[in-house]
Design a binder for this molecule. Structure first.
Ligand code: CP
Length: 330
């Protein structure tokens, strides 16, 4: 079933059956109603996070380990805040200070974390598939906080929540994703998420940064940004992921900005109320101009960060629900 009709999509099974997955490794393969259930659950945490006291005790006594093998500001901090607001004990493992630096393998590291009886492990890793490898070795739910170019599922969920809150039903919206699609796990997860929810997704970038696999992803591809913007309801900008590039993919940042940078003038080609999004970190003056990124009427960049905490609270809660139920907790 691919329909997202409200009558079907909003009938959620109860308890842990509403999201019958042990891990959150990607968006690919999720059903529309499973995504909508995660978004619905996140809504309550948006409300809580706007109060002065932000504590929900659902995960009291549980332990969450954030194991980050790549740098992060938003994802690491929001998972930490999310776990703490849910009442869990949260421990962060930074690869640079870990025994990985002494030659310990990823699998030995996973087995070590597992032996400490974590109730959920959140992992960011530079290699596509590394998170799946760890999930296969541990007894608790694993949440993918970004693996190589593969997926960044909680980013796509927080983006979907942001769009849904601003625009209503995602089905039927035209979303233009522009930038370094080739190296972007954010683009991949968003394509899966938005197409599953019925959006019309356009991807745009220089030919050197558009992957051949787009043919199989139910999207329209563009190399002319002006054409890709025509009629867009949402414009999602991506940074150039220089850390994943081997060689030159663009002539120069200046040339890139000329063709693919989101300027005020270029944004006027999209719908009048088009929402501007960026997962961060932004490279101002390259893929997006400051007067667009900071335009409070059009840009949802800080709202995306806010939604990130709520979405991660929902994901941690839902994935650890089964273990709480087994132990007789509510
Ligand atoms: N959007 C995102 O994943 O940002 P960080 O790299 O700062 O976590």
């Amino acid at each position: 079933m691919t329909s997202t009709e409200p009558s079907k999509a909003h009938q959620f099974p109860s308890g842990s059956d509403a999201f019958p997955h042990r891990h959150l490794l990607g968006i690919a393969g999720l059903q529309p109603w499973e995504i909508l259930y995660l978004l619905k659950e996140a809504e309550q945490w948006v409300d809580l996070n706007r109060k002065s006291i932000k504590h929900a005790g659902r995960m009291d006594g549980l332990t969450v380990i954030n194991a980050f093998f790549e740098n992060s500001t938003r994802t690491l901090l929001s998972f930490e805040i999310a776990g703490k607001r849910m009442g869990a004990d949260v421990v962060n493992m930074h690869a640079a200070q870990s025994s990985i630096k002494k030659g310990e393998t990823l699998i030995d590291t996973a087995v070590t974390l597992n032996a400490m009886k974590a109730d959920a492990i959140v992992i960011r890793h530079g290699s596509s598939g590394a998170v799946q490898l760890i999930a296969d070795k541990v007894d608790c739910p694993v949440l993918n906080a970004g693996d190589g170019r593969h997926e960044h599922p909680t980013q796509a969920l927080l983006d979907a929540l942001t769009i849904q809150r601003r625009k209503g039903d995602i089905s039927g919206l035209t979303v233009t994703i522009c930038g370094d699609v080739m190296h972007s796990r954010v683009a991949r997860s968003n394509i899966y998420c938005l197409t599953t929810l019925g959006a019309k997704v356009r991807v745009c970038g220089p030919p050197s940064l558009l992957p051949a696999a787009l043919d199989r992803m139910n999207v329209a591809d563009f190399t002319n940004f002006d054409e890709a913007l025509d009629g867009a309801d949402v414009v999602m900008m991506l940074r150039l992921q220089n850390e994943r590039m081997n060689g030159d993919f663009i002539p120069s940042p200046r040339e890139y900005h000329h063709l693919y940078g989101l300027t005020k003038k270029r944004l006027s080609l999209a719908n009048d109320d088009a929402l501007v999004m960026h997962p961060g970190p932004m490279n101002r003056g390259v893929e997006i101009d400051s007067n667009v990124a900071d335009d409070i009427d059009r840009s949802a960049v800080t709202e995306q960060v806010e939604m990130g905490v709520a979405v991660r609270m929902a994901c941690l809660d839902i994935l650890t629900r089964r273990s709480r139920e087994v132990e007789g907790w509510t």
